[in-house]
Design a protein around this ligand. Sequence first.
Ligand code: ZN
Length: 683
Amino acid sequence: MKKQIFTSIVMVVVILSACNMSNKEQTKVENPSKTKELNFLLEQFADLKIMRYQVPGFDSLTLDQKKLVYYLSQAALWGRDIIFDQNYKYNLKIRKTLEAIYKNYKGDRESEDFKNFVVYLKRVWFSNGIHHHYSMDKFTPGFSPAYFNDLIKNSKGAEFPLEQNQTLDEFIPQISSIIFDPSIAPKRVSLDPTRDLIKNSACNFYDGVNETEAENFYNKLKDTNDAEPVSYGLNSKLVRENGVIKEEIYKIGGLYSAPLEKIVFWLEKAQNVAENDQQKEVIGKLIDFYQTGDLKIYDDFNIAWVKDLDSRVDFVNGFTEVYGDPLGLKATWESVVNFKDIEATRRTEIISKNAQWFEDHSPTDPRFKKKEVKGVSAKVITVAQLGGDCYPSTPIGINLPNADWIRKEYGSKSVTMENITYAYDQAALGNGFLEEFCYSPEEIELSKKYGSLAGNLHTDLHECLGHGSGQLLPGTSPDALKNYSSVLEEARADLFALYYLMDDKMVELKIMPSLDVAKAEYNGYIRNGLMTQLTRIELGKNIEQAHMRNRQLIAKWCFKKGSEDNVIEKVVRGGKTYIKINDYNKLRDLFGELLAEVQRIKSEGDYEAGKALVETYGVIVDSDLHKEVKTRFEKLNIAPYGGFVNPVFELTEENGSITDIKIVYPENYTEQMMHYSTYYLAL
Ligand code: ZN
């Protein structure tokens, strides 16, 4: 499972905003003039911004650890073509065509049309295909089919990905219709349950098979008595061949053999410099898995990986998340190479160690509390390379493995990727968002000073403790809240975090300098929930997304319940609406009250009460305020989605062996993409 950054600056200062707030970096935030050693925001186009992230601490790794990071990073980059192909079967063909034009087009490269062509190419790189990475809708180019035809014809010397015996005149209409025809592959993943999920999804996990056939195929494999089931279908494509439905397995000698061979080549090098035997075993099992495609070995790999808690360097590499498959079976390939941020991890360790204290002191009914909170393994990491489905758009937190039975028996590893959120925060500095939406200069100051730390602590409390807190009454079904369960679950975890942020215990544990940090979070959270998150909703629509419903639910409930005491005030000044918190302590009490109620709803499985809460407070949008907020936001010209270029490793070699590795930070998104497409060309 992964945690995605929510939206541009809206979240940066508000909800997730986890960023590396060791004391050193916090000083940096307070002195913006000193943070300019690296330009975090590189460029913006369409609804996207491209940033880069720093890798602090890399120089302090040992030479072997540096090599390990480098080898694992090579393995991360070699999977890039896999994700393009998984997202849609024509993505690689389209990418290669666009890149051939980009390299060879001899016409006017300054025209509006050509600029729009480049934007389209950049979007295809960003999404690893022709569908928007977030909405999953096919995006339309800002140029015409006729111009596209002209581009191809005027790219002399270009090598287009023609099929055997295909002429250019046959190729052009074929590729054109895929790009321009809105009826072809309109959505990468369709979740409309009234239509065949597979037939209406463009992703490349099934061929010639419909939803029912796929379900039947996998239902037959599943043994409901198996306490340790493998993740059926995870690493394969389901196809019909000569009338027979069968799996094509991703493995060496099978599907995606070429990139997997490269990945294994680099994993073997990594294995030779592993930090310890446990890590050696982890990498070895992954290699075995890529060689055999055996899902039992995949489980063994995950178990070994969960047990590896001592290594400084760690990684994700493989067919991991299933969001890209409408049936939730098949995993996209991804990689994240990282090492532990020892100083920042102390913070999550303190929180984990005090888990029982937090549980015991929570404002919920004692019957709904856990008598014994199990240890939570959480760490803060520094990302050194992103690959596959995690590049260039990346999560900010990951919790793996996904197999339920492994999580239950062996636990899971939860990580916060703080150099990534730090980059988000830095890139957002000075974009005018706070100035536009904060009520007062003091609020802006507080947010700049503590917003990042507050966001980090919120994430820590939410992830490490919030979700794990509480218990169901005996006999309550975990599925009782049905379609409202994820909204209420997120609300529960958020409320747990919000409630404890303003507890003296946080200062006592020395993870927070003063309760001003909590004030910064309360300001941001309520402002976002009541107002600024509406920037992401289309005019005329209500809120659908679970996290957004949860945030509005909490903010609106507290606004209403606190109205008599004027706890939260809406102030209109010069035609603009602002949110002002008048009483932080009372607001904290309201968070506690709502936490107790949401916990009761969950523990008792009170569906009707849960439904009423969500529908009353979480869904409906105030249309006048919505319009106002959208207009104010548009003027700021902030791209709602972001992604990153990767750092590059510079090797020093003597007599053929590596003697040192340094990190450099490239500035050019296009160059990195063109380099990857040329060098890591596997399919
Ligand atoms: Zn959550």
